[in-house]
Design a protein. Structure first.
Length: 118
């Protein structure tokens, strides 16, 4: 049996997530800092609020009316963008239940259209 040999990588180095700034300081990637609110999705507070929203809406997509008993196929979606505002993020009145196809399709197109009009 022959020996396996290593394949050469197409790119030698990946882009760094940290960049050196004058004076020896290190600046963390700005995109990650701007979206620190993404960590809120993994908190117990969010998970409890998501479950309450799914129960309140009876596991029914509020856009197409489809009942989905498998909760992994449902999304607790923000009606209005929260923009990193913690109060708006955890506001139960700002949440509704959507199925994955509606959330990933119709809702995303709607949001992109609204952004283009700004």
């Amino acid at each position: 049996m022959g020996r396996l040999r290593m394949l050469k990588p197409e790119r030698a180095v990946l882009r760094p997530t940290r960049a050196a700034v004058g004076g020896g300081r290190v600046e963390v990637d700005r995109v990650r800092n701007r979206q620190a609110w993404r960590r809120w999705y993994s908190t117990a507070r969010w998970k409890a609020l998501r479950w309450k929203t799914l129960l309140r809406d009876a596991f029914t997509c509020q856009m197409c009316g489809r009942v989905e008993p498998e909760t992994s196929k449902l999304v607790a979606d923000h009606k209005r963008r929260h923009g990193g505002d913690e109060a708006a993020f955890f506001d139960a009145a700002n949440l509704w239940t959507l199925c994955k196809p509606c959330h990933d399709g119709a809702k995303q197109r709607e949001e992109r259209r609204a952004e283009a009009c700004r």
